[in-house]
Design a protein around this ligand. Structure first.
Ligand code: F6R
Length: 609
């Protein structure tokens, strides 16, 4: 949800900023811009469109000698995508880029307009630039100006700020939106995400809320509101520049799907001791599990779909009541929580504003919280009482794949740990479940990924259609929700998921000759019931693609097409179904010529509510 980069040092800033922006594009890509300090002052170049459009403008300008600057890639919130609304925004001596939303921007704009400021854009950001400029005019001190201005802002922000009369200096501050600093051999950086800086450095430090960063070619200093100055202690990341590259695949999404088996193994193996689930390395002991009487899972989008599977796992395997909630609804309609209820938030990015707000709400009413997060050191990871990381590595494609499947694998392990820790799951059953997730599931996903041609043929069935239905029962209904979301977001085909038995209560009237229906039936106990629902739609002309365990597929099956899934264990079959729906969505979007890694209107990290 908007990407920020900044640099100051001894090298040319422009290629660094444009390179960083091209990596950050996944955060928003409707417009792009940068501001660089030149001998003539600050030059701002910005436009609607993507990084290529900005590079064309830069080539035409041939700016030279810019060794500091800030850049931004935008996901529009206030004011549509346009040259005018693109960042950076400049008012008086202040030029800035912003990620987040200034909720009281109208009030600030009105006050600044009354003082003679003429606003050029529809953005909330320009109000922030005007307010900082007004404070700077009053104090002449950039640090005081930023602190005074931000103290008046409500909402969320990460800012990169330049002052016309402070060449070579870059200032940054954040609240609720991510921002980190980094040190390279030839200067200092700021960015929304470390992946943007991997081509230059791996030494970084997250900017804490309430800290203001002052970067110059000579160093980085952090200032706290009380006036305390700190020299940052740098952390070295183990990520490499390759982590943020496509590695020979046509799209990041394809690369990331192929990383799934390994990502699941990694996320699970560190939580196994002597074949049993063990989260002690995450600082969670058996005593903690024993205090839990129920779980409320809270998340958004795909992470919420992982939570839907989580309900089944926690109730069936761990034997405790569980519910799953859409994060953006949670704090407005908080469910009743009995003593001992754990709030489990799930987030790949660790920065999703709705999930963060739900987490903060849960903490504010005194509920214990646990987060499943992929991106390390992010706000959700740091604010939750406890955090269990998934080890998916950086996920760049907007549609999550390896992020989701590692969330699922950790949910299996959590359910096994709670069930075993509370004496509701025997040693033998706990070991079998751990083996299913750590060994069978990655192998089953790898098998599906090796059957790409078969799935490409089935994608040809889906590609010409405008509507597709997904049906399933139990966890397969949850998987249907994920399959439908994946198809919608990247192929723009309207897709809906239904509990297999529910379709006949109205929606079946939409099924006509050739309507594609993807039926997921990994749960053996429910197979016959789902098979009846397959017959219902098939006899009304639907083209049914049935995903079921391979041994079931050998019997008489009524579907038009069948995808036989590896069937070592139910967990393996479910992960295989996941890889199948992901690959089907991917191949369908590819056939339709869609922009798979950057679907329209979306952004990877949704840091606005
Ligand atoms: C769909 C997708 C989104 C995210 C959702 C939550 O492919 O990626 O639905 O799952 O925005 O994001 P995180 O997990 O980062 O909180």
């Amino acid at each position: 949800m908007c990407g920020i980069i900044g640099y100051t040092g001894s090298s040319n800033a422009l290629p660094k900023i444009t390179k960083g922006l091209s990596v950050l594009e996944y955060r928003g890509y409707d417009s792009v811009g940068l501001a660089a300090t030149t001998e003539e002052g600050i030059v701002t170049v910005k436009c609607r469109g993507r990084i290529g459009a900005l590079e064309e403008r830069l080539t035409a300008l041939s700016l030279e000698g810019c060794t500091s600057g800030i850049g931004h890639t935008r996901w529009a919130t206030h004011g549509g995508p346009s040259d005018r609304n693109a960042h950076p925004h400049q008012v008086g001596r202040v030029t800035l880029v912003h990620n987040g939303i200034i909720e009281n921007y109208k009030e600030i704009k009105a006050e600044m307009s009354a003082n003679g400021v003429e606003f050029l854009s529809e953005t909330d950001t320009e109000a922030a630039a005007a307010l900082i400029d007004a404070c700077y005019a009053a104090s002449g001190d950039p640090v005081a100006a930023i602190l005074q201005a931000t103290a008046r802002m409500k909402g969320s922000y990460a800012f990169g700020v330049l002052f016309e009369d402070r060449p070579g200096e870059v200032f940054a501050i954040r609240q609720g939106s991510p921002l980190l600093l980094a040190r390279g051999a030839d200067g200092f950086y700021l960015a929304s995400d470390l992946t943007a800086l991997l081509p230059f450095t791996t030494e970084y430090r997250c900017l804490e809320e309430g800290e203001l960063a002052h970067l110059s070619p000579d160093g980085a200093v952090l200032l706290r509101a009380g006036g305390e100055k700190i020299i940052p202690a740098w952390i070295r990341s183990t990520m490499t520049p390759e982590s943020a590259q496509k590695g020979g695949f046509a799209h990041f999404m394809c690369k990331e799907m192929h990383e799934e088996p390994e990502a699941v193994r990694k996320s699970v193996s560190s939580r196994i001791r002597e074949g049993l689930p063990d989260f002690s390395a995450d600082g969670i002991t058996v005593d903690f599990w024993r205090q839990i009487t129920g779980v409320q899972i809270v998340a958004c989008g795909s992470a919420m779909h992982a939570g839907l599977v989580g309900i089944d796992l926690l109730e069936r395997v761990a034997g405790i009541p569980a519910t799953c909630h859409i994060a953006s609804e949670y704090r407005y309609h908080p469910p009743l929580a009995a003593e001992g209820t754990l709030v489990l938030v799930i987030s790949q990015s660790g920065e999703t504003a709705d999930t963060l707000a739900a987490l903060r709400y849960a903490k504010s009413v005194g509920l214990p919280t646990l987060a499943i997060v992929n991106a390390v050191e992010t706000t959700i990871a740091r604010e939750a009482d406890r955090c269990v990381y998934t080890y998916a590595g950086p996920e760049i494609a907007v549609a999550t794949t390896k992020g989701y499947c590692t969330q699922l694998s950790v949910l299996y392990m959590l359910a096994a740990a709670i069930g075993h820790g509370c004496g509701r799951l025997s040693d033998t059953d706990a070991r079998a479940l751990v083996r299913a997730v750590s060994e069978d599931a990655p192998a089953a996903m790898a098998e599906i990924l090796s059957r790409r041609e078969e799935l490409c043929e089935l994608a040809r069935v889906l590609a010409p259609h405008d509507h597709v239905f997904y049906i399933g029962r139990g966890v397969d209904f949850a998987m249907s929700e994920e399959g439908a979301l994946k198809l919608k977001e990247i192929s723009y085909i309207h897709a809906e998921a239904y509990a297999a038995g529910e379709l006949k209560h109205g929606t079946i009237s939409l099924v006509e000759e050739g309507t594609p229906v993807i039926a997921i039936a990994t749960e053996r106990a429910l197979y016959d019931k789902t098979e009846s629902n397959v017959r219902e739609v098939q006899s009304r002309g639907a083209h049914v693609i049935l995903l079921c365990p391979a041994d079931m597929a050998r019997g008489e099956v009524s579907a038009t097409d069948v995808v036989p899934l590896p069937h070592g264990s139910e967990a393996a079959t479910l992960f295989a179904a996941l890889a199948t729906v992901q690959l089907l969505a991917y191949e369908t979007a590819a056939l339709r010529g869609c922009d798979i890694d950057r679907p329209r209107n979306l952004a990877k990290s949704v840091t606005v509510e």
